[in-house]
Design a binder for this molecule. Structure first.
Ligand code: 6CM
Length: 267
């Protein structure tokens, strides 16, 4: 593990300028625009008929829809919304994106390796996930991009949060599958594909000019579509997702809150 983390740090130190174009820039920009236009639209709020609310815990709500590809492969999309106090969009997204802390909160993975540093905010990653019986072990290779989004690009409002405060900023992380020469399929492993977005917006209490942690609220919209890359018993897969997604969101947000609580607010 130590060797892997050192290698990740070494690769990350070979950063290029953030504005530099790379092989995935155009596709990544397209994905970002698409998620900003659809994922945070109120119509996608998951509360209409086609989505099933399967977990609710305080402000955290998780929805899913049953979707199957030809051949019976289950690719149910997941949509989660949450509102957290005391931590900012930047803090949440930075920790979600940072591979150096991945193993501290991500309970489904066995290994995580940086295949390529594309810029100081975009990387290609390779992960192996813990095997879930009776399925074969899965791996995944994806681009992961971190961005702050200018507020004029946010077309949608969150009225309840706007009653609390003023929208201060928006950060996001997009993870989507790609092929990479440094991530060849290993024997016995099945390649899964992912399309994940974590979009966070921080609000500062009305009238407060120098906010502290108790003056902020952050909304999180998290969406994930995982294709397991081969047949897996549908019932078992749905059971795993319904257990793992709430566990992930709870564990991850508690992890960020704990890590940030004694640090000064990074808005
Ligand atoms: O978004 C999450 N984590 C990110 C960092 O790791 C990243 C994760 C992608 C998840 C890829 C999962 C592929 C493995 C699928 C295995 C399916 C086989 C199960 C067999 C059951 C019988 O975006 C949090 C991800 C939370 C996942 C629940």
């Amino acid at each position: 593990l130590e060797k892997e983390l050192n290698e990740n740090s070494r690769l990350k130190s070979q950063v290029r300028a953030p504005s530099e174009h790379h092989v995935h820039s155009v596709a990544l920009d397209f994905k970002i625009r698409d998620h900003l236009e659809t994922t945070i639209a109120p119509a996608a709020n998951g509360e209409n008929g086609s989505w099933e609310l399967f977990c609710e815990d305080g402000e955290m709500k998780l929805f899913t829809r049953e979707v199957e590809l030809e051949g019976g492969v289950c690719v149910d999309p997941l949509r989660a919304v949450h509102v957290v106090d005391n931590i900012s969009a930047k803090e949440i997204c930075t920790r979600f994106w940072d591979t150096e802390v991945r193993l501290e909160w991500e309970l489904t993975i066995e290994t995580c390796r940086v295949c390529e540093v594309l810029s100081d905010r975009d990387v290609v990653l390779y992960q192996t996930h813990k095997r879930v019986w009776p399925a074969a072990q899965r791996d995944v290779c994806y681009v992961s991009g971190l961005r702050e989004i200018r507020l004029e690009k946010i077309a949608y409002k969150e009225p309840e949060l706007e009653r609390f405060g003023e929208l201060k900023n928006c950060w996001l992380v997009i993870n989507y599958s790609v092929d990479h020469d440094g991530a060849k399929l290993q024997p016995g492993m099945v390649r899964a594909t992912v399309d994940v977005a974590m979009i966070c917006r921080t609000y500062v209490r009305h009238g407060v000019t120098n906010p502290t942690r108790k003056d902020i609220k952050t909304s999180i919209v998290y969406t994930a579509t995982i294709n397991p890359g081969g047949w897996v018993p549908k019932k078992a897969l749905r059971t795993v997702y319904r257990r793992e997604y709430p566990r992930f969101l709870r564990t991850f947000t508690q992890y960020v809150a704990k890590k940030e609580q004694d640090l000064s607010l990074n808005l």
